[in-house]
Ligand binder design. Structure first.
Ligand code: FAD
Length: 330
């Protein structure tokens, strides 16, 4: 296999605005590039890519493969898949990463089928094995009961979709430079199987967990739905959002908008406070990349303490209001 020693990040964008996950993938891609010695590249398909190049360089892209066409003005799976498939066949990169967003989850499988490539969906961890020169793609498997590390030994490119918020955005600088490779792809023969008729921005009434810097989450240990009041009160003091374990959502104590974890939201706040949450693997999958984790649990052997930076062993009904009081007094 004579492929280019390149890692590509699909630079998902809408109306000229790059998706947040692109910066996360570039930041993680830099680590993979350092380890493998590969070049980190972005693939940008849009109607006008130039205004986005600087941001891609600032997050570590060394090259931008830039395809512009008026047909790429708004996302249409058939057009973008044609662009990506054409470039993968002509440039032959080793690795391609997509965000596991609505767009990425549609685009990556389409491209995989077009190129007979493998795809590991919904990864939560990536690494590079320098002995075998292979990408290690980790994701929850068997209903989330194990974390499986998947490799693609024979086929190239190795392709993954990666969940948002599992990697941190780390800028390299403000005026980084790199190479722009302008390419064109003939889209005239592409059959438009879907047409976007209208775009409606979802109105979310709840606090945006994904954007919150501080999250206080309640688990079954709160004992009663009305005890979400003390969780909410601490969250308000911190100016943050309320999260929840699936046990509380399944019990109907709080709406699913608040659920953190494998089948809920993946969050990456500055501080995550887990109150009365045991620390099941499916919950950890959604919050373990928080900068700082504080766990409050009456069981000193609760698995949440294995990932916590600070652990408070005690009854949350006493600890949380006391913590709130102390923070308010600061
Ligand atoms: P429990 O596991 O019951 O833990 C309650 C904790 O509270 C215990 O550790 C206990 O010691 C502590 N406690 C009790 N009373 C007090 C007190 N007064 N003070 C302090 N501590 C106290 N779960 C998720 O959260 N998110 C997901 O997205 C998710 N997805 C899943 C997907 C699949 C396919 C499957 C199979 C499961 C999934 N789960 C998910 C469920 C997960 O396995 C756990 O069942 C769930 O996270 C447990 O929630 P919990 O920690 O609130 O409850």
């Amino acid at each position: 296999m004579s492929t280019k020693k390149e890692i590509w990040v699909y630079a998902e964008q809408e109306n000229g605005k790059l998706a947040g996950v692109v910066f996360e993938l570039l930041s993680e891609g830099r680590k993979l590039a350092e380890k493998s010695g590969y070049t980190l590249c972005a693939l940008l398909a849009s109607a006008d890519g130039k205004p986005m190049h600087q941001e891609l360089f600032n997050y570590g892209a060394q090259k931008v493969y830039n395809v512009e066409d008026p047909k790429l003005d708004i996302y249409q799976n058939d057009y973008v898949a044609k662009v990506v498939d054409t470039l993968l066949k002509s440039e032959e990169p080793e690795i391609v990463l997509y965000g596991a967003t609505t767009i990425g989850r549609s685009l990556a499988p389409t491209v995989a089928v077009m190129g007979w490539a493998g795809l590991t969906a919904d990864c939560t961890e990536l690494d590079f094995d320098t002995e075998r020169n292979i990408l290690l793609q980790t994701r929850p498997a068997f209903g989330g009961n194990i974390m499986a590390t998947i490799i693609c030994p024979d086929h190239r490119p190795q392709m993954s979709t990666v969940r948002s918020n599992v990697f941190k955005k780390e800028k390299v600088g403000e005026s980084e430079t790199g190479e722009v490779i302008d390419l064109s792809v003939d889209l005239s023969g592409v059959r438009e199987r879907m047409k976007r008729v209208e775009s409606v921005v979802e109105q979310v009434n709840t606090v945006d967990l994904k954007a919150a810097d501080f999250i206080v989450s309640g688990g079954r240990g709160i004992g009663d739905p009305k005890n979400f009041d003390i969780i909410e009160s601490l969250a308000n003091t911190l100016g943050g959002a309320v999260g929840a374990s699936r046990a509380t959502v399944d019990a109907g104590w709080i709406s699913h908008h608040h659920q953190v974890g494998q089948t809920g939201k993946t969050v990456c706040p500055l501080i995550y406070v887990a109150c009365g949450i045991s620390g099941a693997i499916q919950h950890l999958a959604g919050m373990q990349s928080a900068d700082l984790i504080i766990a409050i649990n009456k069981d000193p052997d609760a698995p949440i303490f294995d990932v916590a930076d600070f652990g408070l062993v005690g009854d949350l009904h006493q600890v949380v209001p006391e913590l709130n009081k102390q923070i308010t007094a600061l």
